[in-house]
Write a protein that binds this ligand. Structure first.
Ligand code: GCU
Length: 608
């Protein structure tokens, strides 16, 4: 997963390896957030010449927008100028910032300038991006650093030796065109927000730095902490110190030739993290002059028979699904404030669990969930029907999974890795998903693996629901989406449902729900009324209790969200209305139904 770097200084480098940069928020970094100049480029004129040859395949990039040129004098022919171009805010999607870009899919070129304050010899410099949707080509001072594919995972490039002290040009081509071979593919039920959607940072490190680390309870124990630390740089075999000041625990590890240090710390009487007690421990990891500080919780999570065990104790997952969108702004969420808004609503609902759908959310979500004591299900956008037999698609999905795990492996709140949502059963699909499960287990065997599977009805009895997806044999949870009462019949049908679930595993219902327009009222059979939605909740919850092994649910969804698939005028207007909270942030009737149910569940859990 980790790539070793050496500092380079060529006119145009072959696509550099991306680097993993853990814990970037505890590093010495300069934020490059702010207003960036942009060029909206529907014909990709800045990327391709008129023969559709990419400019950045040349040894030295001379054409297109990457060189960030300006006319030197009246005779100079330069047909763009970032300096006099409009600006957009970074982080942020472009769709919600400019009504002309609301539906825009294509390329937008971003440019900012930055200085590099040299603080001493042997320093290294990196550019870190929290995410850019969907693909990003990154250039510094006209040199191509690389191309990142995947709209929801972090990436970073080393720029040591490529900069000057002042006025460095950072140009990023961001393109959010949808492609059949992509992950996600062309069809989703969420808005295809484009742009530099998360933090951009200039990061400074010593010549040898801590590229990544993982500290957690050794699986199967509650008294042994295992640590893995990856160094990058010339001194990658220097000792690594790990220190938990409050626990009076410390160790010194010796890295191998690859700079990987591994070890264990005996930790008696460790107090464990849980939603009731979200205990976090300060940890310091240092090697040479590089130090990372973080706050980590220790907990165990396991499936045993049909139960989910948190710290060895049976737990019910009182959950809700969340999209990474701030409904009040009608925009992609990215900040700690956005995360706090969403998680406080989930907390208010009585949740101890959230499903972050259908792609990796920003890092603030899991970090805040750690602090607030909310367990998380994290997912990669293998959504609906993607190209199962396309090796590039498989590699892309695997990379997104690896990037997510590398970023959030130290978050106690993250208890489930999900590799897919509502994917059609076929051998090619099941093999594709199986390889993702294997990848997740090899990268992190300490968490539950799942996916949102589909249900089908018994052909002889439409009220008999069957869960026998062959993929279910590979997961720890048996999770599926269930929409009786909305996509299948009216609310009254819910009472007649019976189940045949093939797997002797904990059942977590990953979605159920119905659309309701805030303040639209009618009887419980009037679609889009709050009464209808509340009725679906009122009937579904007791129905789910009839499923053997029912161990949790994440109804669809916390808030109304933008979707290009929801076109009912005067009702949906481009919004999926299945939120229990509206786009104005107001609670619908169903909110109280679910909250009451979770209150009862919490009492029952506490009483066991
Ligand atoms: C699907 C899907 C969601 C979608 C929801 C809906 O199950 O997973 O992404 O938004 O149903 O139809 O509202």
């Amino acid at each position: 997963m980790l790539f070793l770097l050496t500092s380079l200084a060529y006119a145009n480098l072959p696509s550099q390896a991306e680097v993993v940069m853990a814990d970037v928020f505890s590093r010495q970094a300069t934020s490059l957030n702010g207003q960036w100049h942009v060029i909206v480029d529907p014909y990709d004129t800045g990327y391709f010449d008129y023969r559709r040859q990419p400019y950045d395949e040349a040894a030295k990039i001379t054409g297109g927008y990457a060189p960030d040129l300006q006319a030197k004098d009246k005779t100079d022919l330069i047909e763009y100028n970032f300096e006099t171009s409009p600006t957009l805010k970074v982080p942020g999607d472009w769709n919600s910032q400019d009504s002309k870009l609301f539906y825009y899919e294509g390329s937008v070129w971003y440019r900012t300038k930055f200085d590099v304050k040299e603080t001493g010899p042997d320093r290294r410099w990196f550019l870190y991006f929290g995410a850019a949707n969907y693909e990003a080509d990154v250039y510094v001072n006209g040199t191509k650093l690389g191309k990142h594919i995947g709209g929801f995972t972090p990436f970073a490039y080393e720029i040591t030796g490529l900069t000057r002290s002042q006025g460095n040009s950072l140009v990023v081509r961001v393109n959010n065109n949808r492609h059949p071979e992509a992950v996600p593919t062309v069809n989703t039920d969420w808005w295809n927000y484009g742009g530099l959607t998360r933090d951009v940072l200039l990061v400074e490190t010593p010549a040898t730095y801590i590229a990544n680390f993982c500290v957690r309870l050794k699986p199967g124990t509650t008294n042994t902490i295992e640590a893995r630390v990856q160094l990058d740089g010339p001194e990658r075999q220097q000792p690594v110190k790990i220190n938990f000041p409050a626990l009076k625990l410390a160790a010194e590890l010796t890295p191998n030739g690859e700079g990987l240090a591994q070890g264990e710390l005996a930790a008696t009487d460790l107090r464990l993290w849980s939603p009731e007690h979200p205990l976090l421990n300060n940890v310091e990891i240092s090697a040479g002059t590089d130090t990372l500080k973080d706050r980590v919780g220790f907990r165990t999570i396991a499936a045993r028979g049909r139960d989910i065990l948190l710290n060895g104790r049976k737990v019910f997952l009182r959950g809700i699904c969340i999209h990474e969108e701030n409904p009040l702004r009608g925009a992609r969420a990215w900040s700690e404030e956005d995360a706090r808004l969403l998680l406080n609503w989930a907390r208010d609902l009585g949740c101890n669990f959230v499903r972050l759908a259908h792609y990796p959310h920003n890092e603030h979500m899991a970090r805040l969930a750690d602090e607030m004591g909310i367990m998380c299900w994290e997912e990669i956008p293998v959504y609906w029907t993607i190209q199962w037999t396309n090796p590039a698609t498989a590699a892309n999905a695997k990379q997104q999974l690896a990037d997510l795990i590398a970023r959030d492996q130290n978050r106690a709140s993250v208890v489930v890795w999900s590799v897919a949502n509502e994917t059609p059963v076929s051998d090619a699909r099941t093999a594709f998903l199986k390889s993702l499960v294997d990848e997740a287990r090899s990268l992190d065997g300490s968490r539950l693996i799942s996916a949102a599977m589909e249900v089908h009805a018994d052909t002889n009895d439409p009220a008999r629901k069957i869960v026998d997806d062959p993929f279910g044999q590979y997961t720890d949870l048996c999770s599926f989406n269930e929409y009786t009462g909305w996509y299948d019949g009216l609310p009254e049908k819910i009472d007649r449902i019976s189940w045949s679930v093939k797997y002797d595993k904990p059942v977590v219902i990953s979605e159920f729900g119905a659309d309701a327009k805030q303040d639209m009222h009618g009887d419980t059979e009037t679609r889009f009324s709050e009464e209808y939605q509340a009725e679906v909740y009122r009937r579904t919850l007791p129905m789910l209790e009839r499923i053997p092994g029912f161990s949790g649910c994440t109804p669809w969804i916390l808030c109304d969200f933008r979707s290009p698939r929801r076109q009912l005028p005067g009702v949906q207007n481009g919004w999926n209305l299945k939120g229990v909270i509206s786009r104005q942030g107001r609670k619908k009737m169903a909110f109280a139904v679910l909250k009451n149910y979770y209150n009862e569940k919490a009492k029952a859990d506490a009483a066991q």
